[in-house]
Structures are given as structure tokens and as C-alpha cells.
Design a protein. Sequence first.
Length: 160
Amino acid sequence: MAHRTGKIEGDNLQSERNYGPRTAHNASKLANLLFALELQRRAQAAGSKLVSIPVHPGVSKTSIFANSLGDSKPSLAVRLIVPVAELIMQSDAAGALPTLYAATSPDARGGEYIGPDGLMAIKGSPTVEQPRPQALDEATAKKLWTVSEELTGVVYPPLA
């Protein structure tokens, strides 16, 4: 879900110029979605049987909130939000359902984006969602793929 407010800054991909944990997190989720959809396009263009189906778990009860607070004293806002968030979250097992659906359902199709069907995609049963327009930008996806190959030194051969 964080991809919704994510931005890919081509001149600041590694947050050298400025860094904010939430901004970096949201950008990374957008990048994940761009990569998954680009992989599906490449597989399809090559006639490969590979399918790429991006998923998100919604908001699940895991230790992410506790771990993200670190050793610092949580702000009043965090202390008020966490109990409310706990009420609307789903179990970690329910959060795994979109991934299980994408991996096992004969109805799942490459390039679909799977997440929970509930209010604001926070929780619910797996369903096909529509990613935000920035996740569908093919030019950005191609550029991000190329820059990632350059930064990592890992170049994947064309799919067959």
C-alpha cells in the first residue's frame, strides 16, 4: 500500500541527498511494484512461462510497529495510534493470503496486483487491485531496471 505515496527520484535513488524513513520505505515499495510489473512485461515479450504477480499483505499484526519504535520513547501520536491500529489490523496469517493466492490460484494472472479486498485494502480476502499510476509508468520501470543492473553489477540475460 505504501507505493501509493512513493516517488522514484532518479537523481536520489539511494537517498544520498536526503533521507526520511517513511519516504524511503514508500519509494522502495513503489520500486518493488515497478520491478514486478517490468519482469512480467519482459517475460511476456519473451514468450516465457514465468509469471510475476506483485502482492501486498494489507496491515497485519506483526512486530513491525514495536520494532520500528526502536529504543526511543514513542511520541504521543504513536502511543495513541498503535492501539487503534491494532484494532483494525488483521492477523499475520491473514496477511499471508494474498501471497498464497498469487502462488497457488489457477485464477491468478501475471501482472495482476493482489491485496486484501477490505476498506482501504487494510485487511480482507485476496483480490485484484489497481496500482496507482506511478506504478504503471513503463519508462520509469525500464530506467529503474537498468540503473539497478548498473549499481549491482548483476545483469540478467533476456528471458527465454
